[in-house]
Design a protein around this ligand. Structure first.
Ligand code: ASP
Length: 343
């Protein structure tokens, strides 16, 4: 089983004499086409996207395939098998954006296996950008998607039952010196459900950004959001400008972490605008993280926010509030997971 903590520190083996700090900010060399996804579980997403990019296909098709591959996994945080909200419902959020500012989004969607594809349908066949809840499900069913079981997956049930013992809403996202995850024995995906002894749980979102051979950018984001959230809560991930933004003249950005903090700053849009001002993707991600932290530095010790950015030239950047944020890059057959620089 792969976990977020199994990663390659870029160059760590080639350059053992470098100190860790230098290694963390080393940028992976890339060439076009390229796809970048959040976390080491981004391997699954990138493996979905790569065949499209390799054969000269569109970044839009590639990122949709990335989302589908992630949603097919048994995972804590993406797709119908993910952790539920506090009332026991799995509610899914996803969005997609192409190289011409076309975008589509679904929020609070239940029992549909591929929210990313529903988001694409919203983008391509409706005059709207976002559909929510029962309306989004109705739209999905009318467009040939099928209704999945309303039962929790075995892993999600186990995690939920554990959480119910205390029912404390306590999101923990890779916080430094935080509790150690206790993986579910039944977990079989690359990001299998894990929970902590104090009842808190992991939350990860799959965000993917890609640059195709024609030089066009696209992105997608898919998630079940924060586990044990209030029923009806929607995070940053399906919000265009917060969890994802693509400006084909500048770059593409997505993120993971505490969605409320990202929404306040219009995170992904902010990073794109910082790149427009001449910052590298790395500098832009860092400046956005600093802005989020500045609002409340004390509180920022308790949450994670992490951005990944890809500019028009194929340069990649990433930066996170807390340690342990990884992202995965594919620019040839082999995905490589990189530990992001942190504040
Ligand atoms: N950003 C997601 C949300 O707030 C959660 C995550 O990325 O871990 O819903």
């Amino acid at each position: 089983m792969t976990t977020r903590r199994h990663f390659l520190r870029w160059g760590a083996f080639a350059l053992p004499q470098f100190n860790l700090k230098n290694l963390l900010i080393e940028k992976p060399p890339v060439s076009k086409p390229v796809v970048v996804s959040t976390w080491d579980s981004g391997k699954t997403a990138n493996n979905g996207a790569w065949p499209v990019l390799k054969s000269g296909g569109r970044a839009l098709d590639a990122v949709e395939q990335a989302g589908i591959a992630s949603e097919n996994e048994q995972s804590c945080c993406v797709g119908v098998g993910a952790n539920p909200d506090r009332d026991g419902h799995v509610t899914l959020d996803a969005c997609i954006m192409d190289n011409q500012f076309n975008c589509g989004s679904v929020v609070f969607l239940e029992r549909i296996k591929h929210p990313v594809s529903v988001a694409r349908k919203v983008m391509e066949t409706t005059p709207h950008v976002m559909l929510a809840g029962a309306g989004a499900q109705q739209f999905a069913l009318a467009n040939g998607f099928t209704l999945e079981s309303d039962k929790l997956s075995a892993d999600a049930r186990k995690t939920y039952e554990h959480w119910l013992k205390k029912s404390a809403y306590k999101p923990v996202i890779n916080v430094e010196n935080g509790p150690k995850p206790r993986p579910s024995k039944k977990g079989n995906g690359p990001f299998a459900p894990s929970y902590f002894d104090d009842g808190s749980v992991n939350h990860d979102t799959m965000g993917t950004i890609a640059l195709d051979s024609a030089g066009n950018l696209s992105g997608m984001c898919t998630t079940s959001g924060m586990a044990f959230k209030m029923h009806g809560r929607v995070g940053d991930s399906p919000i265009i400008g917060a969890g994802l933004y693509v400006d084909n003249e500048i770059g593409a950005v997505t993120c993971t972490g505490q969605g409320e903090e990202v929404i306040r700053m219009c995170g992904a849009h902010l990073v794109v605008e910082l790149m427009r001002q001449g910052n590298t993707p790395q500098e832009a991600c860092r400046a956005a993280v600093e802005r989020i932290v500045k609002r409340d530095p004390e509180r920022a010790k308790t949450f994670q926010v992490a951005f990944i950015a890809l500019n028009k030239a194929g340069e990649i950047g990433a930066y996170s509030v807390q340690k342990d944020f990884t992202y995965t890059v594919t620019s040839n057959e082999t995905p490589t997971t990189v530990l992001a620089a942190k504040r």
